[in-house]
Design a protein around this ligand. Sequence first.
Ligand code: AMP
Ligand code: GLY
Length: 430
Amino acid sequence: MNILILGGGGREHSLAWAAMQNPKCDKLIVAPGNAGIAEIADCADLDIENGAAVTAFCEANAIEFVIIGPEAPLAAGIADRLRDAGLLVFGPDAGAARLEASKAFTKEICDAVGAPTARYARFTDADAARAHVRQTGAPIVVKADGLAAGKGVIVAETEAQALAAIDDMFGGEFGTAGAEVVIEEFMEGEEASFFVLVDGENVLPIGTAQDHKRAGEGDTGPNTGGMGAYSPAPVMTDAVAERALEQIIRPTVAELARRGTPYRGVLYAGLMISDGQPRLVEYNVRFGDPEAQVLMMRLGAQALDLMQAAAAGKLAEARVNWADDHAMTVVMAARGYPGPYEKGSVIGGLDGLPEDGNRICFHAGTGRRDGRFVANGGRVLNLTARGATLAEARDRAYAMVDRIDWPDGFCRRDIGWRALEAKTAYNSDG
Ligand code: AMP
Ligand code: GLY
């Protein structure tokens, strides 16, 4: 099978790595890819939000299966265009991708099916939004409706912060994404990410994860795209997962099918769990980054078969072969990230890294210069490892970190701390 993966981060490197483990994969192209991906697949320069260009590329390269990594091409309707052209595609059409592209749409679906989530109100007028905040008080969460590269959510601890966020959003800080604003009740609890494959109708859970969004140790400092992740998430016990499926995910999938926009791809439910009860924080219509890296490490080659089954509407027959293992990924980022950072610093130590079924360094943002790897983004490397326990996975991941020679990079040294410290608080170790 000839496969095209769209995207060029650590998520796409892990998807490419899993696909390459599978003997079904004859040819793999990643667009745009990065210097690490180029070690295992062909990389192509392609405008991945241009449907005509992607479709023509698929025809020219005899592509049979397209896996779409990031949300932007999904929201732009690239999956629709490729399906119209008769291709097998992993990723939802634009109509179903609204679960990520519009927070108000997701709330509407939750209302329609009675899924547990934060109470909310939506506004297209700043004065009405301000009045709502004054009446409700803080803490409160203010969200730009549309895609804002992960920056459109303000968890306001004070009324003043919430009012400022409203001014910013209606003032155009997030462009058209902030033309509508959703204001939500602040939910307490522990967060976890739940990943399920969907083929339009059937739902197949493929794993849980927790990520660390803050740049600093102890989960402090500014928000980032994610500084590390681990799988499974201990807070997601079988009972919590079953509740999330029954009360939130299956009803959502059924409602989208009923509306004539069936969901096909991976659905990533961000959950807030309190006293064993999950509530929906948000949906994403793609794998998380860096959560995909730990999921792919655990699933390996079967990930390709599962994604193909989801794309082909054949999930009812699909099964996941679970190993009783744990995985962790540690993100190395350019100094300064998520603020301004330099590109182009040389990264040493990559060539001698061990690489086997238990350890791999996925590249998130690297390039090549004079034969050497250089940093080419904010998040740059994902040192990813697997083990029989989370502690073993952590030790392997940080042993790789310690072999990287990159003075201009940094990482958090405490990825997984909550699960490692609170291990005895949960009765699930698998
Ligand atoms: P998002 O950018 O949608 O991933 O949201 C960023 C983060 O904001 C989430 O991961 C949560 O930590 C937090 N968040 C969003 N909505 C709520 C809420 N209603 N209550 C508490 N925290 C929230
Ligand atoms: N790591 C969070 C995300 O991919 O949205």
